[in-house]
Structure formats: structure tokens, C-alpha cells
Design a protein around this ligand. Structure first.
Ligand code: GCU
Length: 413
């Protein structure tokens, strides 16, 4: 569950399908100069154009400069999860920026297996929240002050251990032959407007973007996405992981980050967006649930400054979120919603996924293969999949069951 629900308090949102109104989506297969994109090679240029449009108008430009990393194993448990897994704790350090905190990876690998496929996902509350195992250290980094005593003065307490086990399902994932790597997202950047200070955005900028207030600078979502690629750099060095079968998963704001990371880094074999909503899989132009204005107001640090200029004119956005999803093509993509998570606009997420179809077709693939919104708990699709399950904003065992099946079928065992 999300640690922060303050955005729900505001009024400017619509939950009435009859009031959504009409809108015209930009066509992923029409380039800026008006030309129709009909071939894979034409898509390569159109894709680059879309990447630039998302960087310039939504997430900001991710710095491209190479960065020297050092990977340090801090602990190994050869018999984690009652002998099911080997668990390694690995810290990623930035050699030229010793002042930047490390990114601390908890990596679970099935025992005695070679070249395993793996899921990678950022977590909301610390690696210790994904497991009840007492030898996983409680994060010492800044965390949200949550309700109850799971955190005090922005520090996690022992009470938060295992708080999110149901959202990670580590044992099930391991038993199905996959590894799992997770990282606390606050290692990369703490989730508040000043969080960039002392973190990666304070040292890395795109050439033309020197201060965090520059209109096209990158935001926190950009930083989390960048961090996912650095974790990928590390995973590529692990001999027991198949580097070609790393499946990226993210929930909610971290689903937004996963999609942007998957768009930018094609080393991710597949991407799963769990209830990523506004700025993720949901169409911005659909007036339902969270809006561009609302998200930019509640979370001014997530996107770039240019995105805020669309607060009252979403129709002027040169892109919409189906085009972000299309940047994952031809790789497998899963978009998931929950019935009671109206804030994320389930229908808008479904339409985002459905409107990737022409791009998957260009690669000879069937995406969702349908325009019909499915009933609850009825997963649909081929290379692009979608479900809306019963229940609230969360990642559940039901969601994981679908993701494992999707990975079995499309990423291979
Ligand atoms: C808030 C925010 C959403 C976000 C969610 C979460 O509800 O408005 O955009 O997805 O938090 O991260 O759980």
C-alpha cells in the first residue's frame, strides 16, 4: 500500500464515467512532421522522437554520462528463507561521488540453479519490509512518517519488518524458479521535494540542465528510473542471473518509474506496471481519478517543470501515456489495475495498453488484441496483458500469480 494518501483529499477529480468527455490521442505512428510510420526502421526514428518528447515534457532528461560503480557484497546467507534461497546483500557505490549514499540491493536466488530469470522491483519501505527474516537490516535511510509506529522521525522501526511481505511473495517467486532483487527507492532519492539534495540529482545533470529548477531537468521519477538501470548494471555482473531475462516490476509511483526505466533501457526483458496510474499507464487526457494538475501539485518533485505547464491544458501535451507504453514494444508488457483503485483510473490504464496495439503489430506481434474492457479477475492479452482485479490499491498474491504466468510464457523459464 502507498505510504502517502494526501492526494486523495483534494476535490478536482472525477469518478463519473459520464463526465470523462471526449479527447483526441496523439498517434504513436505519426511522426512530428506528419509522416505515417509503417516500418520497423521508421519506428526507430519515431521512437527516438517520442523518447525526447517524454524527456522534454514529462520526466526530464536523464543524464547520459557513464558513472563509475563499485559493487560490494556486504552479507551472504546461503540458506535464506528456510533453505530455499541464497540471499546476497550488495551495495552499489558511486566511485567519483563518495558523498552519495549507496544503493543497497537485496538479492534472492533459488539455490543450485544457474542462469535464472529474475524480477527486479523498487520497494516503498525498505528491504526489511519485504521479508520477515531478521538478518535483513532495517533501512537507516529517510522514510515517510507513516501512521502507527512503523517509522518515527522519518526512520523505519523494527515494527516495519515484514510489513510488505504480501506485496513481494518472495517464497512463491523463488519456488517458481525465479530470483528476486529489491531495493528501497529512498536509497536512490528520498521521496520529498528536497530529496534530490545529497543524492544523484545533485551531482548528475544533463549538459543543458544545471539546476533542479531548470524547466527540462529530470525529476525524482527520472532518478528512480536511472537507479533501476544502475541496479541492472550490477545484476548483469551476477553469474547466476540470466542478463536477458530481467523482468522489471513496479507499483504505483514505482510503476511510473519502472515504465520510464523500461522505455529508456532495453536490457529489461519485460515490464510490469502495477496500478501506476497518472504519469504511468493511465491516459493523461482522460478526466478520471488523478489529474496532471493534481499530481504536479501533490508531488512537485516527481516530474520536470515543463510538465507543470500542462496542468490546465492536458490536450496540448505532445504525447500521451499509451506512447510511453509503446516504447516498451516489442517486449512483453503487463498493465494491471484494481477495481477499487479509481484514483489510478483502471479504464485509462486499460486504454493506455490497448492503444499500443499498432506498434506491437509493426513487429508482427499481438499486443492486447482487444478493445473490450475485461470483467474483474479476467486477465487478457498476448504480448501486452491486462487485468483488473477486485480489491484496493496494492500488489497482491493474485497479481503475482498473473505476473509469474506471464513471465513463464513470454520471458521463458
Ligand atoms: C498517490 C499518488 C499516485 C501514486 C500513489 C502511490 O496516490 O497520487 O500518483 O501512484 O500515491 O505511489 O501509491
Amino acid at each position: 500500500a502507498a505510504p502517502l494518501a494526501s492526494a486523495q483529499k483534494v476535490e478536482e477529480f472525477n469518478y463519473d464515467e459520464a463526465k470523462v468527455g471526449t479527447y483526441t490521442l496523439p498517434d504513436p505512428l505519426t511522426s512530428k512532421d506528419g509522416k505515417a510510420v509503417k516500418t520497423k526502421s521508421a519506428w526507430t526514428s519515431r521512437r527516438a522522437e517520442l523518447m525526447e518528447l517524454f524527456a522534454a515534457n514529462v520526466y526530464g532528461h536523464t543524464p547520459k554520462q557513464p558513472i563509475k560503480l563499485r559493487f560490494q557484497t556486504t552479507a551472504v546467507n546461503e540458506s535464506a528463507l528456510n533453505g530455499l534461497a541464497v540471499r546476497k546483500m550488495v551495495s552499489i557505490f558511486f566511485v567519483d561521488y563518495p558523498q552519495i549514499p549507496s544503493i543497497d540491493v537485496a538479492l534472492y536466488l533459488p539455490k543450485n540453479k544457474k542462469l535464472v530469470p529474475i524480477f527486479l522491483g523498487l520497494n516503498f519501505s525498505g528491504n526489511h519490509s519485504a521479508t520477515t527474516e531478521t538478518d535483513v537490516p532495517i533501512t537507516t535511510r529517510w522514510v515517510y512518517n507513516a501512521i502507527g509506529d512503523v517509522s518515527v522521525n522519518n526512520k523505519a522501526t523494527e515494527k516495519s519488518r515484514g510489513m510488505q511481505v504480501s506485496s513481494w511473495q518472495i517464497e512463491t517467486v523463488l519456488k517458481r524458479g525465479y530470483g528476486l532483487a529489491t531495493v528501497y527507492y529512498g536509497d536512490i532519492e528520498p521521496d520529498h521535494p528536497q530529496g534530490w539534495q545529497g543524492h544523484i540529482r545533485s551531482v548528475l545533470d544533463s549538459p543543458s540542465e544545471t539546476v533542479p529548477s531548470a524547466s527540462n531537468n529530470w525529476g525524482a521519477i527520472g532518478a528512480w528510473a536511472w537507479g533501476l538501470s544502475r541496479i541492472m548494471d550490477y545484476l548483469q555482473t551476477e553469474p547466476d542471473i540470466d542478463p536477458k531475462r530481467v523482468v522489471l516490476i513496479g507499483h504505483s509511483r514505482l510503476g511510473k518509474a519502472a515504465l520510464w526505466a523500461g522505455a529508456q533501457d532495453d536490457r529489461f526483458a519485460a515490464v510490469i506496471s502495477n496500478e501506476s496510474g497518472e504519469g504511468g499507464a493511465a491516459l493523461s487526457r482522460r478526466w478520471y481519478g488523478e489529474t496532471v494538475e493534481r499530481i504536479n501539485t501533490s508531488f512537485p518533485h516527481w516530474f520536470n517543470a515543463q510538465f507543470k505547464t500542462y496542468n490546465k491544458r492536458v490536450a496540448d501535451l505532445p504525447i500521451d501515456q499509451h506512447e510511453l507504453l509503446a516504447l516498451i514494444a516489442p517486449r512483453p508488457l503487463y498493465v494491471a489495475s484494481a477495481e477499487e483503485d479509481r484514483w489510478s483510473d483502471p479504464k485509462g490504464e486499460f486504454l493506455g495498453a490497448a492503444h499500443t496495439e499498432p506498434v506491437y503489430k509493426l513487429f508482427g506481434k499481438t499486443g492486447l488484441g482487444t478493445d473490450t474492457f475485461p470483467a474483474v479477475n479476467q486477465p487478457i492479452g498476448q504480448t501486452v496483458r491486462y487485468h483488473i482485479r477486485t480489491g484496493k490499491h496494492d500488489v497482491t498474491a493474485y497479481d503475482w500469480e498473473q505476473y509469474l504466468k506471464f513471465a513463464d510464457e513470454l520471458v521463458g523459464k
